[in-house]
Design a protein around this ligand. Structure first.
Ligand code: AMP
Length: 281
């Protein structure tokens, strides 16, 4: 496995692979890798000749300086996980390499980024779109892999690629969970044992929402209320939002039809957790 820190070295490596006719799969991450990230790498390795993983904690997508400061890192463990998985290249640049002094170009999106997490995390998706766009320009992948765990991000990236005619395909991968249902996340590491136990309430609410729709409930308010009342049984959980929206446009819907996205965000102490379900009605 190779590792690069500069854009130039990364481009040189990719160009030489492309010259040899290899297809490139790409998994962008912020590191502190777990089985969720690994599932994306495995899919990429299955479907491509070479797999590149980027590890970059992108300051532009954090609206809270403490959140950025406390974001967990473990470069050695990340390298080991990538190596074991069979990744070909890790691109792990520093902030100055990605954002040169005077950087002032952004990818901004309307509509899809205004609902759900866009409401509570100001400019988050602007930071995500900008960095992902830059990474796509550096790595020039044929396929890029993103988790359904961050469903809104997946939809936003797919739309950006379509709207800006980018020459690659985005592949969505299912959410990997702990045995008790909690979606795997680098942020789970900030939960103390009591909070970790409390955090399972989120997937319980998500599963209940999906079950209700599966078993025929078509009243959105009733489904949202049922999900909220489950979350409210956990004293350590503070609800940020629970919503059911259109599964393609992330817009509010009046009736449950077509693809729907049910998503909830909660705080357990200072840790913000999200989870979701997608259902074809
Ligand atoms: P992050 O490092 O949190 O920015 O995540 C990098 C990629 O891994 C994103 O596409 C995430 O959606 C994906 N990811 C994170 N957690 C999971 C999970 N539990 N299951 C599947 N994909 C995940």
């Amino acid at each position: 496995m190779k590792m690069t820190r500069t854009i130039q070295h990364t481009r040189e490596q990719i160009k030489s692979w492309k010259k040899d006719g290899y297809s490139i799969g790409f998994v962008p991450t912020m590191g502190y890798l777990h089985e969720g990230h690994q599932s994306l790498m495995e899919k990429s390795i299955q479907e491509n000749d070479k797999t590149v993983v980027s590890i970059f904690v992108n300051p532009m997508q954090f609206d809270n300086p403490d959140d950025l400061k406390n974001y967990p890192i473990n470069p050695l463990a990340d390298m080991e996980l990538c190596d074991k998985a069979g990744v070909d290249l890790i691109f792990s640049p520093g902030v100055d390499e990605v954002y040169e002094k005077g950087f002032c170009t952004f990818v901004d999106m309307s509509v899809l980024t205004e609902e759900l997490c866009g409401k509570s995390r100001h400019n988050h998706f602007r930071g995500v779109c900008t960095v992902v766009n830059k990474l796509f320009n550096i790595v020039a992948p044929d396929f890029a892999y993103f988790g359904q765990k961050d469903a809104q991000q997946l939809l936003v990236i797919k739309k950006m690629v379509k709207d800006l005619n980018m020459d690659l395909e985005i592949v969505g991968c299912p959410t990997v969970r702990e045995s008790d249902g909690l979606a795997k996340s680098s942020r789970n590491t900030h939960l103390n044992p009591e909070e970790r136990k409390a955090a399972t309430i989120l997937s319980k609410a998500i599963f209940e929402g999906k079950n209700l729709i599966e078993s025929g409930e078509r009243n959105i308010e009733k489904v949202v209320a049922a999900m909220k009342s489950i979350l409210q049984t956990e004293p350590l959980a503070k609800i940020d939002y629970v919503e059911i929206v259109d599964g393609n446009t992330v817009q509010k819907i009046e009736t449950l039809q077509g693809s729907v996205l049910g998503q909830a965000a909660i705080f357990i102490g200072k840790v913000r957790l999200i989870d979701n379900f997608i259902y074809e009605v």
